[in-house]
Ligand binder design. Structure first.
Ligand code: PLP
Length: 404
């Protein structure tokens, strides 16, 4: 029989944020139902808009963006990223250390593909942003999950990390500020990670896409500013802070032990040239975004939309019997815990599906973030406060008496 099957490279690759529950939600929408989609951190779909001058720069530069550019990205964009980090104290950077990609997503895949031989291991947080696990596994490597401890503000458990380092471990992934937990790491914690990397010859991959989205007293410290003797690959982009997920603009910055990593870096260069270059018109948004007025700072303080929405959601979720949730320090999400004694959830994808069918709210089950137990879920805090309140009331109503 004529049949076409997918590659077994995809055996351990999944991305549940856009998985089976979303497919069901789309089906319900086609049938005319209104679904509140709290599964994806896409500010634009909740009425957030990019700064006007960022849009204007892209429009103005469109006519002269018709050709390919350098595989690493437009010089002006890379210069702007370089200066951004120089301003944070990283003086030894060069424009050649910066790669512009079609979102951070593309660069994560490149960073993994250039590094991993079959069976090589990468330490990835649990819970994680699942692209990291998927990209490591797709590259022939093995994502080994270290625990982030809910009792300690979701900080990585250093002893757990140590116990999982083997002769095959090549690197460690940090997501800071964290998706899905909302944690923002302290200098002490980051220094402990750097020390581990130093002792065990690891690269640190620091995903800092929420670097500008921090609340209250939380301060984001770019990991690259803490060490120059290990290789640090930092990821950030315009999607979240500048509300332009659809532009697909991100960057990767390589710092620290660059000389010792020449071979690895040459692999990244090959991968960057194979995809020719990132979308050129959108790269024009980088310079204005990073250099201009930072309107994101209005959104993350009391009275600002992101602050008010996240804090309201956090408080209301904690009022629901059987739910507990750590206070978010940054990013756009909450990762609440469901009391297993009360709800006895055995299959959290079924839980997400049941919530969708009954209340028309789409969330993502915790196991979709490589969390090891079916006792968490992630909710996106992007709807306006009133809509957020209604959604959480519906979740409370659904959970009243729910058990599997
Ligand atoms: N890293 C993290 C932690 C994310 O949450 C996301 C998107 O949600 C990405 C990377 C991908 O971002 P981009 O839009 O730049 O591809």
């Amino acid at each position: 029989m004529y049949s076409i099957v997918r590659s077994n490279k995809l055996d351990n690759v999944c991305y549940d944020i856009r998985g089976p529950v979303l497919k069901q939600a789309n089906k319900l929408e086609e049938e005319g139902q209104r679904i509140l989609k709290l599964n994806i951190g896409n500010p634009a779909s909740f009425g957030f808009e990019a700064p006007e001058e960022v849009l204007m720069d892209v429009i103005k530069n469109l006519p002269k963006s018709q050709g390919y550019c350098d595989s690493k990205g437009l010089f002006s964009a890379r210069k702007a990223v370089m200066q951004h980090y120089q301003g944070k104290g990283l003086l030894s950077l060069d424009t050649d250390d910066i790669y512009i990609g079609n979102g951070v997503s593309e660069l994560i895949v490149m960073a993994m593909q250039s590094l991993l031989n079959n069976g090589d291991e990468i330490l990835v947080p649990a819970p994680d942003y699942p692209l990291w696990t998927a990209a490591a596994n797709l590259s022939g490597g093995k994502a080994v999950h270290y625990i982030c401890d809910e009792q300690s503000n979701w900080f990585p458990d250093i002893d757990d990390i140590k116990s999982k380092i083997t002769s095959r471990t090549k690197g460690i992934v940090l997501i800071n500020p964290n998706n899905p937990t909302g944690a923002v790491y302290s200098k002490e914690l980051l220094e402990q990670i750097v020390e581990l990397a130093r002792q065990h010859n690891l690269i640190v991959f620091s995903d800092e896409i929420y670097s500008k989205i921090v609340y209250d007293d939380a301060v984001h410290i770019p990991l690259a500013t803490l060490a120059d003797d290990i290789l640090i690959v930092t990821f950030d982009g315009l999607s979240k802070a500048y509300r332009v997920c659809g532009f697909r603009v991100g960057w990767m910055m390589i710092s620290g032990a660059k000389k010792q990593a020449r071979d690895y870096i040459s692999g990244i260069e090959i991968l960057a040239s194979m995809r020719l270059c990132a979308n050129v018109p959108m790269q024009h948004a980088i310079q204005t975004s990073l250099g201009g007025y930072q309107s994101i700072n209005e959104l993350t303080v009391p009275g600002g939309r992101l602050y008010d929405q996240t804090q309201t959601a956090w408080k209301l979720l904690n009022d629901i019997p059987g739910i507990s949730c750590n206070k978010p320090q940054g990013a756009l999400y909450l990762f609440p815990k469901l009391d297993q004694k009360r709800f006895n959830i055995k299959d959290d994808q079924r839980f997400a599906m049941d919530l969708l069918i009954e209340e028309k709210i789409l969330i993502v089950q915790g196991t979709g973030f490589n969390w090891h137990k079916p006792d968490h879920f992630r909710i996106v805090c992007l709807p306006r406060v009133d809509e957020m309140k209604t959604a959480i009331n519906k979740i409370a109503h659904f959970l009243d008496g729910y058990s599997q």
